[in-house]
Design a protein around this ligand. Structure first.
Ligand SMILES: [Zn+2]
Length: 562
């Protein structure tokens, strides 16, 4: 089995791992590279495999950094099957279309600029037609069902508790008559996340690919997240101000709706009395569609969320919650001076309707902006969070007079201690553990923590680094049947390839010497005649083996140029 880490290794985004077994080629995720320009440029590079040859794509979840290159994969000739949970497939149907739309708009804008310069038109990475086409390849399956994909591959999705439909992928792979289990965590959620179940545990695996986003950090304020949010809302509303919450359309927005509903439901205080009268606007078409998909998939909710449904209360709706649709409705929010709460995307304020709301509210003394998610370096969100007093939005200089808050407790990822606790559920150490999906320092620190806490050695694969897992049959130590006693794993890089070849020559030469010795022992050295105990047949066998080995050495030496 070969594993090649073509994304989320060396970059956090672009999750995509390529696996090759005897007669099948598999992908785990096919995500978009997101972030700085040089990272996003990777989207335009050729895939590290031939998309037409991929048999199966197993998708951990719908986030674009895990799914966003699927339309491109299909555009480049993929004809296999895409397995995902049902909620993940449902979410992909809106998120891939949204991603395609963003690429189209961006390409149009770049084209206009290019044409003015006398340059050629810029084509989108993929368009909405490609995205629509790619949806036909999805095969939704249930959590916790062992699905026999073919004779040699069995798949099971366990809940990863990270976003609706997120999965830990368990794969049982048969090769050379031997079955091994590979587990890919995808992104692991944190415990007690709103709406979702806690990440499920895995008790055994041979090979593990684990994420490390928060591999060296701990979450703060998890318990106090809702109280803190409510305090900010009440404080701002009392001053007749508007609260603007930049939020990711899928996941975080529903978390906030859920937490507010839960708070209103559980408390009958002065605070809830004030808040219940304040309108909350979800001003993002994608967030609205995503909320509908959440409502269609309550089977993936945790017990608490299902409890609300059983009581007849939709946990993702409350009085005074409004979903705005048209641009006019969105604009109207900025004309009214009534106190209100606006939840809008994008979460890092780089695009979308949120920029209008910031432009109209940042300058106001009585307004507040609350960040509830990660803000990447260089984004408008990060600049506001770090306290910049003036920012340029939609071509205008805007003074920042509003209060800027940040609540860290709404993360989608488990922190270092959650990840370690998850690993501790394994009954025995995996034969190999690969750390992916983290900044370099997070991956390295996490590797050290795993080593010190669990005594497990890990591998931090580089981008496009390939590993080969080989079975070595050893016939000794009481194992008469010659079954596999140990496995060796080789890391293959170009320089190392050469070393492997040289090593092979050495090993062959050693075997050859052993055989020659045996041969000499069993034949009479002086005249070459056979000793009694060695039959003619055995003699020929050994002789043939020596000739074979000599040939192999010649071939290897010639191919490696040594
Ligand atoms: Zn994710």
């Amino acid at each position: 089995m070969k594993i090649k880490f073509t994304g989320a290794a060396g970059t956090v985004t672009g999750s995509c791992h390529y696996i090759e077994i005897e007669d099948k080629k598999i992908l785990l995720d096919c995500g978009l590279f997101q972030g700085k320009k040089e990272v996003e440029d990777l989207n335009y590079e050729e895939f590290q495999f031939d998309p037409t040859e991929i048999d199966y794509l197993f998708l951990s979840h719908s986030h674009i950094d895990h799914s966003g290159r699927i339309p491109l994969l299909v555009k480049k000739g993929f004809k296999g099957k895409i397995y995902a949970t049902k909620p993940a497939s449902d979410l992909c149907s809106i998120m891939l279309m949204d991603s395609a739309h963003i690429h189209e708009v961006e390409a149009e804008w770049k084209t206009r600029k290019a044409l003015r310069k006398g340059e050629e038109e810029v084509l989108p990475l993929y368009n909405t037609k490609d995205a629509e086409e790619s949806l036909k390849y999805f095969k939704p399956i249930l959590y916790n069902q062992k699905v026999k994909i073919d004779e040699n591959i069995t798949l099971r999705f366990k809940d990863a508790g990270h976003i609706l439909g997120s999965a830990i992928i368990e794969l049982w792979i048969k090769e050379n008559g031997q079955e091994e289990k590979l587990v890919f965590t995808g992104d692991l959620g944190m415990k007690n996340k709103p709406i979702l179940r806690n990440p499920e545990i895995v008790e055994e695996c041979d090979y593990l690919i684990i994420e490390s986003t928060y591999g060296n950090r701990l979450h703060e304020e998890v318990e106090k997240r809702t109280e803190k949010l409510v305090d900010i809302l009440v404080d701002t509303v009392k001053k007749n101000g508007t609260v603007v919450i930049p939020s990711f359309a899928v996941g975080r927005t529903q978390d906030i709706i859920y937490e507010l509903n839960k708070y209103y439901d559980g408390h009958e205080t002065e605070t809830t009395k004030i808040l219940k009268d304040i309108p909350v606007f979800i001003d993002s078409p994608l967030a609205t569609k995503a909320t509908e998909i959440f409502n269609k998939n309550p089977q993936a909710f945790d017990e608490e969320a299902r409890g609300y449904i059983m009581k007849g209360d939709n946990p993702l709706f409350f009085k005074n919650l409004h979903f705005t649709q048209s641009v006019d409705e969105s604009k109207a929010l900025n004309i009214s001076t009534e106190p209100k709460i606006i939840i809008s995307a994008s979460g890092m304020c780089e695009a979308g309707r949120i920029r209008h709301h910031l432009k109209h509210n940042l300058w106001r003394n009585n307004a507040a902006v609350v960040f509830v998610g990660y803000q990447a370096d260089g984004t408008l969100g990060q600049r506001l969070k770090s306290g910049e007093k003036e920012v340029k939005i939609l071509g205008e200089e805007i003074k920042v007079n509003a209060k800027i808050y940040s609540i860290e407790g709404f993360s989608g990822h488990g922190d270092r201690d959650d990840l370690i606790a998850w690993l501790k559920e394994l009954k025995s150490a995996p034969k190999k553990t690969f750390i992916v999906h983290g900044e370099e320092d997070a991956r390295e620190d996490f590797a050290e923590t795993i080593k010190s806490e669990l005594g497990i050695d890990t591998i931090i694969p580089k981008k496009d680094e390939e590993f080969e897992v080989t079975l070595e049959k050893v016939k000794s130590l009481g194992h008469e049947d010659g079954r596999v006693l140990f496995k060796s794993l080789k890391r293959i890089t170009e320089e190392e390839n050469e070393l492997i070849e040289i090593e092979k020559v050495h090993q062959l030469k050693e075997k050859l010497n052993e055989l020659k010795e045996l041969f000499n022992k069993t034949t009479d050295i002086t005249d070459g005649s056979l000793k009694e105990e060695l039959t003619k047949k055995e003699y020929n066998k050994i002789n043939n083996r020596i000739i074979e080995l000599e040939k192999s050495i010649v071939n290897l030496t010639m191919s490696s140029g040594k």
